[in-house]
Design a protein around this ligand. Structure first.
Ligand code: PMP
Length: 325
């Protein structure tokens, strides 16, 4: 659908997947006025298709829109767009076969107005595309090796740090490349202001579990994406009786606590990666193995519970699922 400052949002329509027609002077190509979301559609054993906490994605898209001077899309229109696409693409939602396959959904919005001055665009396009997805990491649920970069920051607090906008991801690419050059699967970014506290990975939030049963995650620093999975894990862990806390986690202290054995599990989480153990950290200063480098018990059990809810194997006691088909 398209928004203009005179008429607001037009009625949405379903069109076949294919190239877009865009002016070479479209504002997005020059000033990156673009935001997006990432969600999944899950097939249940009875054939029905569901998505997970879509209101959270709608609200995050609204927050991102405000930060990027884009128009907000109502939660109702957002849900309608996702429903219409998944209904049309229903055959592409993978069957339940024990593998954690799903249909990945990518709503996105960008400034399509043709002009070269720097100002907020008055014509904006919104699309949703879908793509069948298997495991995010080619090795499956294997503990990740994570490189801690002190060269690159992902996004700036006070800038677009907490928004889900393309520019933040452009900013993360060299950090990811640096991680790969050190044999790591992922990169951990430090906070953009002090460069001492841990923020998140390139597409996942991070958690630590201590020996005495505390579950910790970095407090939203202004440069951390407010993950839907992060929020869900805070809830699941608290309801299991763990003491959960959101706090500034200084990288050097965290690594010391990993080395001393006080931190017994670490994991990363996000829509695409679900919950994936972290087995090892590497940085310019050395290597730290989390316990024995394997997959932690709580990590795997939270993953089982979360995917159980998503795929309909575990009762949806929080009302987190929305039926699409
Ligand atoms: N951080 C970043 C930078 C991400 O791209 C994502 C994926 N959207 C996440 C965290 C996790 O967010 P969510 O759980 O909502 O997928």
């Amino acid at each position: 659908t398209r928004w203009t400052s005179e008429s607001g949002w037009a009625e949405g329509e379903l069109i076949p997947f294919g190239p877009l027609s865009l002016s070479p002077a479209a504002a997005v190509l020059h000033y990156a006025q673009e935001i997006f979301e990432g969600m999944k559609a899950f097939r249940h054993a009875d054939g029905s298709v569901w998505t997970f906490r879509p209101e959270k994605n709608a609200e995050r898209l609204q927050r991102s829109a405000r930060r990027l001077a884009l128009p907000e899309l109502s939660t109702e229109d957002f849900l309608a767009s996702v429903k219409a696409l998944v209904a049309a693409d229903e055959p592409w939602v993978p069957a339940v076969d024990g593998d954690e396959a799903s249909l990945y959904l990518r709503p996105f919005m960008f400034a399509s107005e043709e002009f070269l001055g720097v100002r907020a665009a008055q014509t904006v396009d919104y699309y949703v595309i879908a793509s069948p997805a298997g495991n995010y990491f080619p090795r499956g649920v294997q503990p990740l090796v994570v490189w801690i970069t002190d060269t690159f920051a992902r996004a700036g607090a006070g800038g677009t740090g907490a928004a889900k906008c393309g520019g933040n991801y452009a900013s993360s690419l060299l950090g990811k490349r640096e991680a790969a050059q050190h044999g790591a699967d992922e990169v951990l970014f430090l906070d953009s202001e002090s460069h001492t506290a841990i923020d998140e990975l390139s597409g996942m939030n991070v958690f630590a579990v201590t020996k005495d049963g505390r579950v910790e995650t970095p407090v939203l620093s202004g440069s951390i994406l407010e993950g839907v999975t992060r929020d869900s894990i805070l809830r699941l862990a608290a309801d299991r009786g763990y003491q959960v806390s959101e706090e500034r986690l200084i990288a050097a202290e965290l690594l010391e606590r990993v080395a001393s054995g006080e931190i017994v599990e670490m994991f990363a989480c996000g829509t695409a990666a679900v919950i994936t153990p972290i087995g090892e950290f590497r940085s310019a200063d050395g290597t730290w193995t989390v316990r024995d480098g394997g997959s932690g018990e709580l990590t795997l059990s939270l993953r089982e519970e979360l995917t159980g809810i998503q795929y309909g194997r575990v009762e949806d006691r929080y009302g987190w699922l929305t039926r699409l088909v």
